[in-house]
Ligand binder design. Sequence first.
Ligand code: DP6
Length: 356
Amino acid sequence: WVLLVTARTPTNIAVIKYWGKRDEKLILPVNDSISVTLDPDHLCTTTTVAVSPTFDHDRMWLNGKEISLSGGRFQSCLRELRSRAGDVEDKEKGIKISKEDWGKLHIHIASYNNFPTAAGLASSAAGLACFVFSLAKLMNVNEDQSKLSAIARQGSGSACRSLYGGFVKWIMGKEENGSDSVAVQLADEKHWDELVIIVAVVSSRQKETSSTSGMRETVETSLLLQHRAKEVVPKRILKMEEAIRNRDFASFAQLTCADSNQFHAVCLDTSPPIFYMNDTSHRQKITYFRIISLVEKWNRAEGTPQVAYTFDAGPNAVMIAHNRKVAGLLLQRLLYHFPPNTDADLSSYIVGDKSI
Ligand code: DP6
């Protein structure tokens, strides 16, 4: 027999960024972060997990290609899940698995991203969240969503936020064992549904510093990070929560842009400096600096912000429009000034609502 579970998990975009760990093994951050979960139709991972007595070892495939599960992060998640697995019974198929059996049974995992993994979009967030969520269902792990987020966190920090839709906060926590470093939902996907997210996707992955090693170097060398984590982010988190609660787009956009810019300033304050926005082709670099300038000028001309931008540790630009009308105008301007091409720079724009 084979028992299967399939789940789908969207990626999330941080509007107050996570950058820097206080514990690398447990993946505990130096500050809280807030994100918005995207619509699963656009950027998501779909994972099917299977268990069968005929499987002789754990195996995983990503987009059809087998990958190794031996990495510490996968193993931490698997260990946590197996230790919390419950009894499973499928009367129709005559399958009975007791919780003790999970230590002996092997699993197969097949995962697909509906966006190019090579494009450097936040695939680890959706991927690890889906890995944990689908296995927890298969193994009948009887834990609430926040406990599952703490398990996903050990796979990739940003993954813990993808277990919820809408607006999500990852609370950094204080405990050394990470038990209070969990994600919570601030508002569901219906709360502020006029927002529209536009992602400018690049078609080829450029050379870049991985988040994990970049963060390590920042923690070791940047004084600005200490200031950001202790002084800036705690206040920004409170303001961002208030902006989300009141659907106050002006504050939301101002905080989102400022936090993205400070994140890149912290990267530049790292020794040796990390240039995420420069670590792209010449055309892209120009495009992204011009996107910032276009949005800033537009917002100033309107007298109140209409669009927010945010850039992560990769080459993609994310813009959040106040509503559908603004999103339509923004897309028109983007297509006019920065038309997508096929030779490796800007490959397409993904337009989606935020939701789950
Ligand atoms: C810039 O979650 O990819 O996207 O925990 O080492 O796996 P690890 O890092 P990861 O870092 C994401 C960093 C970011 C900001 C954010 O998503 O908050």
